[in-house]
Design a protein around this ligand. Structure first.
Ligand code: ADP
Ligand code: MG
Length: 284
């Protein structure tokens, strides 16, 4: 298997371990603000990479740069071995699906119509045959089958977020770029979304997911990249990146890190002042 793919366009289905996304020296400047500073990142087919970091670190900017929605001052992004600007929009939409952080714009549409939009890139291709199955599959895996007829504005925030995710899943691309897909979701659906991401990776897709919940990142990511002030300050396995020292410094709040007794995954608990008086009242 060729791991180095520079300059070579890779087939639609990438072999596991192939570089799906490469970010090389990406720098993004708006006005006098540097949003990304010399960022390097790579994600392989079969990998879930969690992008973490405090508010304003540059996570959405980096995802937008990878999607092609945000221009770089210098550096480059490669998708499946080819530089971003060498792709047509239509080709790109068959390679990668993007869930933006803000996803409330499907104003007049029903849930089903929104999810069907995910199939547009495949119109008039052989893969049009998958449309019905892809939509049904996406509705099922995001648990929104019972809402198909509903109009998006009538949904709760979490239901709307799952609808937006379903559209992206229905697109069935080898690369998934998900910006805070779990932010509005309850515990069950948060776990379901990350399980889904992991399953897609197990089937050979490359997934980048922006997360605030460090415990979700610890449990589901193969690799974690930690951003702070537009720079990647740590990148590696969950155990390498999620240390108390590193989290405390970057998030500016002390944490304790334990090891899960059976899985060994890091478990992060913020240091909290315990209100002894209210606790003591309840004890016999
Ligand atoms: P994150 O997703 O990590 O919370 P963002 O990538 O959205 O952070 O933003 C990174 C920084 O860039 C923030 O400080 C934000 O205010 C700033 N920023 C984002 N978009 C713009 C813009 N269009 N003009 C100026 N600053 C911006
Ligand atoms: Mg963001």
């Amino acid at each position: 298997m060729r791991l180095s793919t520079r300059g070579q366009v890779l087939p639609e289905v990438l072999a596991r371990g192939t570089l799906a996304i490469e970010v090389i020296g990406a720098t993004c400047v708006i006005g006098d603000r540097t949003l990304l500073a010399d960022v390097d990142l790579s994600v392989r087919a079969g990998e879930v990479l969690a992008l973490i970091g405090p508010n304003g670190a540059g996570k959405s900017t980096l995802l937008a740069a990878i999607s092609g929605d945000r221009a770089l001052r210098s550096g480059e992004v490669r998708i499946a071995g080819k530089r971003l600007h060498e792709w047509t929009l239509r080709e790109l939409s068959r390679r990668r699906a993007v869930l933006p952080q803000e996803n409330g714009v499907f104003f007049p549409f029903t849930v089903e119509q929104v999810v069907e939009m995910g199939r547009r890139p495949w119109q008039r291709t052989e893969r049009e045959d998958e449309d019905t199955e892809a939509v049904a599959d996406a509705l099922r895996s995001t648990d929104i089958e019972r809402f198909v007829e509903r109009r998006v504005p009538t949904l709760s925030g979490g239901e709307r977020a799952r609808t937006a995710l379903a559209r992206v899943l229905a697109q069935r691309t080898g690369i998934l770029l998900l910006d805070e897909p779990t932010a509005a979701l309850d515990l069950k659906h948060q776990e379901a979304v990350l399980r889904l991401a992991a399953e897609r990776a197990d089937r050979g897709d490359a997934v980048i997911v922006v997360l605030h919940d460090l415990n979700l990142a610890a449990a589901y990511a193969d690799t974690i990249a930690m951003l702070s002030q537009g720079r990647i300050v740590a990148c590696g396995t969950p155990a390498e990146v999620l240390t108390a020292e590193q989290i405390g410094r970057v998030y500016e709040h002390p944490v304790e890190v334990f090891q899960h007794p059976t899985t060994g995954a890091p478990m992060i608990v913020p240091v909290r002042e315990i209100r002894m008086s209210s606790r003591e009242e309840g004890t016999p």
